[in-house]
Design a binder for this molecule. Structure first.
Ligand SMILES: [Fe+2]
Length: 225
């Protein structure tokens, strides 16, 4: 069987950085396999890898510990796996064309992803993770679409009620979605435009996370643009 492996720099980087981490290698091959089963398209695989990579960079900038960097990488890789349960037609539909039932279905993906992560983390590879650590990862996935001002879903919690890991994922999730093609949008934002958009919507995000993100972008490209 011919496997479609995303040929992207972030994937190469993620694998190189984690060459000795069997858990990250396992989760990466897990999402690539979902992609190969056509339950989760190529773009979703690419997005998960990029979110994992960028979220880890923000976490590093925020001086999180090594085990926290590993946790956020796991969260990035698994955060959208619940989309397997949504029809590809619905995932591609613009929000403005969705009826209430369809929008509710979309909102359920963060819960489905958390349930899925809870199962994946039962693999013996994760036996060194205690319950608290496993719960932290699952909760972060559960709340990755919540927003700092309470405008997110599915619960509408706000501020520091939202776990830090989820607040980090929220920023890179939006950034990567804006800077890549989406079936429901005809344009792609440049990195500078996406940062500007995040700034305009800063009430939706944790300002400290936004600042750390800008710093990581500066370090990567020498400037914000
Ligand atoms: Fe999501």
């Amino acid at each position: 069987m011919l496997h479609r492996i995303p040929k992207i720099d972030e994937m190469k980087c993620l694998l190189q950085e984690n060459v000795n981490n069997s858990r990250i290698l396992y989760l990466t091959s897990y999402i690539v396999n979902i992609g190969n089963n056509a339950l989760f398209d190529y773009e979703a695989v690419r997005h998960s890898i990029v979110v994992a990579k960028l979220a880890k960079e923000i976490a590093k900038e925020m001086k999180l510990t090594d085990s926290e960097l590993e946790d956020i990488t796991c969260i990035g890789l698994l955060h959208d796996t619940g989309k397997q349960e949504i029809s590809p037609e619905l995932v591609k539909k613009p929000k403005s064309d969705m009826n209430m039932k369809e929008w509710n279905n979309i909102q359920q993906h963060s819960i489905a992803s958390a349930v899925n992560a809870n199962m994946v983390l039962r693999d013996p590879l994760f036996r060194k993770f205690d319950d608290k650590r496993r719960e932290g990862i699952v909760d972060a996935i559960h709340f990755h679409h919540e927003r700092y001002d309470g405008s997110g879903y599915p619960f509408g919690i706000k501020g520091k009620e939202i776990p830090l890991y989820s607040r980090i994922i929220a920023v890179v999730d939006v950034f990567d979605a804006l800077t890549n093609q989406r079936p429901y949008r005809t344009w792609i934002y440049t990195k500078a435009e996406a940062l500007k958009h995040l700034y305009h919507e800063r009430r939706k995000h944790d300002y400290d996370v936004l600042i750390a993100f800008v710093e990581t972008i500066k370090k990567k490209s020498g400037s914000i643009i």
